[in-house]
Design a protein around this ligand. Sequence first.
Ligand code: CMC
Length: 391
Amino acid sequence: TGYVTIDEGFKNTGSTKSAITFLDGEEGILRYRGYSIEELADKADFLEVAYLLIHGDLPTEAQYTEFVGKITKHTMVNEDMRKIFDGFPVNAHPMGIMSALVSAMSGFYPDSFDEKSPENLQLHIIRLLAKFPTLATWCYKKSQGHPINYPKNDLDYCSNFLQMMFALPVEDYKVDPVVSRALNKLLILHADHEQNCSTSTVRLVGSSKANIFSSVSAGISALWGPLHGGANQEVIEMLEAIRNDGGNVQKYIDMAKDKNSGFRLFGFGHRVYKNFDPRAKIIKKAADDVLEKLGVSDPVLAIAKGLEEAALKDEYFVSRKLYPNVDFYSGIIYRALGIPTNMFTVMFAIGRLPGWIAQWLELRDQNQAIGRPRQIYTGETHRPFVEKNKR
Ligand code: CMC
């Protein structure tokens, strides 16, 4: 152990080489497989990006059609999964349910343990991408006390998700293209982010050669935390609290600066981005566009902008290079699309899924050693055992 150096939070530890996502935190650059996030968010379709991350290149027309066709075919979920799902209480958090159900998929597709069958693995990847949104909508429907909707496979990925979320048996539901395009953009922005906490978790679990469902399930759990993907829920709750508190943003800024308050400005700061988060720039603009197009006016948007402006003038945030991150404005868009707050992190997970899959596959192809960090022991030295009655 004499050789061990501690790097708490892995602030300076590279865990792998990777050809998937390039990120320059100083310049605010993010690229998937060489394509800039700005261009992808503007021009691509989410499944095209999923294909790009997983297979390395953008699909040709024929490859895209085949990929989408396969995903569409697998959107239904085994009815026995419903029995597991039905056991959850109505107020269970959707992230907990999602993690459990994805983990349960390893029981439904046990050959995912078979490393020697690349065909099976490809099929499981398709299954994951296909069934994940279906499962997510189950969580929402349950919380509303509504029956679940089955997938409609003449719809595209985002529209099908929206249909399963919002269609009611008693009325016609037409997907609003503004809503589905906004969702497409948000999912692309979330699709990968190199070795973040949840992706590192997926890779670490995968490094023991655990199956893809268990590895992704662990990633969902990691994403749930408020310092990671859970921040998008925290942001809206914070903005609501500020609104109910008379809109006094300065009070919350002062609280975030006070280390004893235990409060952080959610949606602010990033381990890697020290100038701006390129995703936040795109999302801020999209929030204005989407709310305008949908004719939604959300008072928390003005509070968010006021909070950002005040923070960016404040020495505390400036000197620590703390800027709005991807989670700062995304919740405002989700809300305008009708998605409830407790589903925000699930939306992040739907977006991140192709990234987790691509990273898991890359790790597997790299044939890396099992992830097993060391420690510096700080406990008791050797102690003799004392019988219970003599302690
Ligand atoms: N509010 C107030 N102070 C902050 C904040 C914040 N949001 N973020 C960082 N700081 C301070 C921190 O207290 C520290 O101060 P000092 O140097 O005086 O000790 C300094 O800034 C550096 O922060 P850190 O915690 O050492 O940085 P980190 O790289 O370990 O943490 C972070 C990064 C994102 C966890 C952190 O900025 C944070 O907690 N932000 C709020 C939660 C959040 O928005 N998370 C979403 C991240 S982006 C998308 C995602 O991953 O899901």
